[in-house]
Design a protein around this ligand. Structure first.
Ligand code: PPS
Length: 307
């Protein structure tokens, strides 16, 4: 084996999988717990835009769409930096000798306004200054089954997250909410409720797949922006899965290089609705559905698991 390959291998093996911690009953990366006071006291500005999601619900897709809108469809401007640098990931903090240091709060504080920020926090853990400043928030939700599948593969390839165990084990953890950023069920329901009180645009991954033009238009309206047809088509094209998969400024091949191994599972994996059918057994599906019904009985939220 070539020496550089061996070095790669030992680096991968040496990066330890982190233990999760907890804030207010929500499982979070230990590194995030260690800076929690700073996260909670973060000072939002009135013109901040927050993109909030449960992890793997379509965050990056929405970020790229928002940036394309903000840059008036200028592809070169959107390639000025990687997505992790263009839109600071608010609570994310990673610092170990083998990883690239990433401190979302620091990036955000140094950024001139208007800022677009990313978070996976459940609504009750969002720093209160965002509500005080009446910031706009775009929340994106994805159906539980596809979200779970995507999250599982992401844990496999990302050594900055705990080891997922087997598919079956990870599914159990997801159902009990003992995964990073907590229960998917509580997350989507909490934000759904919050949209009646705050300036929140609540979008669905499945709607974006079904009719991306319509969903981009919703974002345009929410941001009080207007673009001509030509620019709209450009945004549509450059935020398609096929283009984003090949875009190094959006596909995470240049962010977090020491912890993400795209050869295990690429960040831009399938980008589809209904891939869960390739993972769930009939028995797992039955169990998941029964549990889902109970957990989602107290909400008007409806998801589509196929198109
Ligand atoms: S993260 O790590 O939480 O920020 O991940 P996130 O960006 O939320 O989710 C990653 C999943 O979104 C898919 N993706 C897309 N789907 C459709 N179209 C576009 N343009 C697109 N960009 C990213 C990505 O492939 C992940 O889903 P899976 O199902 O794993 O493929």
């Amino acid at each position: 084996m070539a020496l550089d390959k061996m070095e790669d291998l030992s680096l991968q093996q040496m990066v330890p999988r982190p233990e999760p911690g907890e804030v207010e009953g929500i499982t979070l990366p230990k590194s995030v717990c260690s800076i929690w006071d700073q996260v909670w006291n973060f000072q939002a500005r009135p013109d901040d835009l927050l993109i909030a999601t449960y992890a793997k619900a379509g965050t990056t897709w929405t970020q790229e769409t928002v940036d394309m809108i903000q840059q008036n469809g200028d592809v070169e401007k959107c390639r000025r930096a990687t997505i992790g640098k263009r839109h600071p990931f608010l609570e994310w903090f990673i610092e170990d000798p083998l990883s690239t240091r990433y401190f979302g709060l620091e990036l955000a504080e140094a950024m001139p306004s208007p800022r677009t920020l990313k978070t996976h926090l459940p609504v009750q853990l969002v720093p209160p200054s965002f509500w005080k400043q009446n910031c706009k928030v775009i929340y994106v939700a994805r159906n539980a089954k596809d979200n779970l599948v995507s999250y599982y593969h992401f844990h496999r390839m990302n050594k900055g997250l705990p080891d997922p165990g087997t598919w079956e084990e990870f599914m159990e953890k997801f159902m009990t909410g003992k995964v990073l950023w907590g229960s998917w069920y509580d997350h989507v329901k909490g934000w759904w409720k919050a949209k009646d009180k705050h300036r929140i645009l609540y979008l669905f991954y499945e709607d974006m797949k079904e009719n991306p033009k319509r969903e981009i238009q919703k974002i345009l309206k929410f941001l009080e922006k207007d673009v001509n047809q030509e620019i709209l088509n450009k945004i549509l094209h450059n935020t398609s899965f096929e283009i984003m998969k090949e875009n190094p400024m959006a596909n995470y091949t240049r962010d977090f290089q020491t912890i993400m191994d795209h050869s295990i599972s690429p960040f831009m994996r399938k980008g589809a609705v209904g891939d869960w059918k390739n993972h769930f057994t009939v028995a797992q599906n039955k169990k998941f559905d029964e549990d889902y019904k109970k957990k989602m009985a107290d909400t008007s939220l409806v998801f589509r698991t196929e198109l």
